[in-house]
Design a protein. Structure first.
Length: 231
């Protein structure tokens, strides 16, 4: 994976307020750490950082040039996103050197077509590998071509690029192949699903009715008078 050059600025404001102001300025709060050095707080241009991650993935190598003259290589170690806005909230960057070995999680992509009438369950979509910091693959591949029901694709079956070593247990299941249910099997389970749905709806109705019984009278309505008994 080729490195992406990106500029950065030192960050002097910390805490939630400082982070919000950094993001409003179109930058991503980040921290550089590693190699026993004191953590360095920086701000990255949000647009350029997002474009690099979209193209290279979460293991994109960055050549960072800070405005104070600092020049380093770093890999994203932890990325925090806003789940609603899909923007970057904060990034932890690990300092690396050329030729240094690092252990990272790399996405696994399944290739090929399994046998007819099968279902594929992706048990693990990433695997831990060790590689040169400047040669971390953006993804790994595992073939499911012609796989029959009962087949399990393990980490040992994943194709590893030259210089990349598996850090995960070789027996870790990456994907499992099962037989797709037949029309008869689906029809057999339909009554059970309908019964469960009816029970759930009935339960909700009972809870609603119980809540209504204890509810106060609506505004403008008189509450029912209590019955009186004569002595």
């Amino acid at each position: 994976m080729s490195e992406v050059k990106i500029s950065a600025e030192p960050r002097t404001e910390f805490g939630k307020g400082g982070a919000r102001r950094t993001r409003r300025a179109g930058k991503v709060p980040a921290v550089l750490y590693g190699h026993g050095e004191k953590p360095k707080h920086i701000a990255l241009p949000a647009r350029e950082f997002a474009a690099a991650i979209r193209k290279g993935g979460a293991n994109q190598l960055f050549a960072i040039e800070v405005s104070d003259g600092t020049q380093v290589l770093a890999l994203p170690k932890a990325i925090q996103r806003d789940p609603i806005k899909d923007t970057f909230e904060h990034v932890d960057l690990l300092l690396v050197r050329r030729g240094e070995k690092v252990t990272v999680e790399v996405p696994v992509q399944l290739t090929g077509e399994a046998a007819k009438d099968t279902l594929i369950v992706h048990d693990h979509d990433t695997l831990s590998v060790t590689a040169d910091a400047t040669k971390v693959p953006d993804h790994l591949e595992a073939s499911i071509e012609g796989a029959e029901p009962g087949t399990t694709i393990t980490a040992a079956d994943v194709e590893l690029p030259s210089g990349v070593e598996l850090a995960t247990d070789e027996e870790t299941a990456v994907a499992s192949v099962t037989a797709a249910p037949t029309a008869e099997q689906l029809e057999a389970t339909l009554p059970e699903v309908e019964e469960a749905t009816e029970e759930a709806e009935a339960k909700v109705g009972e809870e609603t009715a119980e809540g209504a019984e204890g509810a106060p009278a609506a505004e403008g309505e008189e509450a029912p008078a209590e019955a009186k008994t004569e002595a």
